[in-house]
Design a protein around this ligand. Structure first.
Ligand code: ASP
Length: 444
């Protein structure tokens, strides 16, 4: 029998009721043997995540302030879950250890890691699974960089002979023995590492949505769920602001060819989104839209440069880009004409060096005209099928023209995986809705 690595996010383990859903999901499939929990998340919108409560205690401890009231709230969260689940266990000695550790050595990562650690203890007890401390298997170097090979080796050693295990997410230990966490949301990374180490057939990432959506639901009403997305498409959409998995969660499974399935703990009947590599058998899909998703961001500026005979001037582009480089600005897109060049950059990064950059470009290449246009939004229309479909760009333009939206820039990479357009920030939401209509609603 194969196995599955399953990770449950904070909202999936926020209270006893959620724990019960998680347990029934795990018990409904004997392959779900390796479980990675987050710390208890929010139960309602204004609630506070246990991780944030722990950071606060650590901060208070670090300034020598009494944190017992704040720590009591954390105890209450866990004790509430234990009582409501009706299990026979006590975390009192763990709480005492944490308090005394925070008093003597208030370390941020250690404090935050206890959220997952304690939740893992409860979940293991409730499921009747083995508990494996992530500190014993997830290894970082002294600078805090994950040592994947060493980690995989340790996970395999530790899990050898164990039928199942709960391994808390988010943290590990450095080679010097210091507890270290990933960045926020890092339980996703732990899940991915465990999936790699146990050669899982799939990495299920259980959260509170039924997968990735084709577009931002704050802009498009009730958008479709993406059924299948490749790692590369996901990267494009994530880069353009679609909030998805922790970025570092892709690599460990991708390198091992393990698909990720995003699932909803509150709607386990939904199939969710499959994240797969290019060689996946896409004939399994029921939908086949030309595009996979649309994402975008506001807050860009374009630097528009004009100079007669620019095309004859060797090194023109290099000199301009060097100015940006020397000012610590990376560029996003750079469509150019014969005598014009337009460079899209992040407005916030440009702001502090704006006048300096213009002066330096003037000095370096002596343009006929240089101006900066602010208030640009960039949209990425992403889809692996665009490559084999004619007329995609024409349809993008048609949808913009019908909406009287002026397209300020266009960029299609050679991979034909995406089309990027720039529009005024005022047109941003409408542009997304029109593209959604054109490629999703009209293809239904
Ligand atoms: N509990 C951590 C956080 O809130 C890690 C995680 O949930 O993945 O960021």
């Amino acid at each position: 029998m194969g196995n599955k690595a399953v990770k449950f996010g904070g909202s999936s383990l926020a209270d006893a009721n959620q724990f019960k859903k998680v347990a029934s999901i795990i018990k409904s499939d004997p392959k779900r043997k390796y479980v990675v929990p987050s710390a208890p998340g929010k139960r309602f919108p204004d609630d506070i995540k246990v991780t944030d409560m722990l950071y606060k205690c650590c901060e208070l401890a670090g300034s020598g302030v009494d944190f017992s009231d704040d720590f009591q709230l954390i105890k209450d969260r866990y004790n509430g879950i234990i009582a409501d689940l009706g299990i026979d266990m006590s975390l009192d000695s763990e709480f005492d250890t944490i308090v005394s550790e925070l008093k003597s050595r208030p370390a941020k990562d250690y404090a935050a890691s206890r959220g997952e650690y304690l939740n893992g203890k409860i979940l293991a007890n409730y499921l009747g699974f083995n508990f494996v401390d992530a500190a014993d298997v997830i290894v970082f170097d002294t600078k805090g960089v994950l040592l994947l090979d060493e980690t995989v080796k340790k996970v395999r050693q530790k899990l050898k002979g164990l039928e199942n295990a709960v391994i808390p997410g988010f943290y590990g230990k450095t080679t010097e023995g210091i507890i270290k966490t990933f960045s926020r949301g890092g339980s996703d990374v732990t899940g991915s590492i465990i999936a790699n180490a146990v050669n899982a057939e799939i990495y299920e990432n259980w959260t509170d949505v039924s997968g990735f959506l084709v577009a931002d639901p704050r802009i498009v009403e009730n958008p479709d769920v993406i059924e299948t997305i490749t790692y590369r498409e996901l990267r494009e959409l994530a880069y353009m602001g679609a909030s998805v998995l922790h970025e570092d969660a892709i690599f460990p499974v991708r390198s091992a060819g393990i698909p990720i399935n995003i699932r909803n703990t509150n709607k386990p009947e939904d199939a969710g989104t499959m994240i797969v590599s290019n060689d996946y058998d896409f004939s399994k899909e029921s939908l086949g839209h030309t595009i996979t998703g649309i994402a975008g961001k506001k807050g860009f500026s374009t630097i528009n440069i004009e100079k007669a005979m620019m095309n004859n001037e060797l090194g023109f582009g290099m000199k301009v880009l060097n100015v940006l480089y020397n000012n610590g600005i990376s560029f996003e897109h750079m469509p150019s004409g014969i005598d014009t060049m337009s460079i899209t950059v992040d407005s916030a990064k440009l702001a502090p060096v704006r006048d300096k950059v213009i002066a330096e470009i003037r000095r370096e290449v002596n343009p006929d005209n240089i101006e900066i246009e602010d208030g640009i939004a960039i949209l990425a229309i992403v889809g692996r099928r665009m490559k084999n479909t004619r007329g995609t760009v024409a349809r993008v333009f048609a949808s913009m023209a019908h909406a009287r939206i002026n397209v300020k820039l266009i960029d299609q990479g050679s991979s034909e995986l995406n089309v990027i357009i720039g529009v005024s920030e005022n047109d941003f939401a409408e542009a997304i809705r029109r593209i959604y209509d054109m490629f999703i609603n009209s293809e239904k």
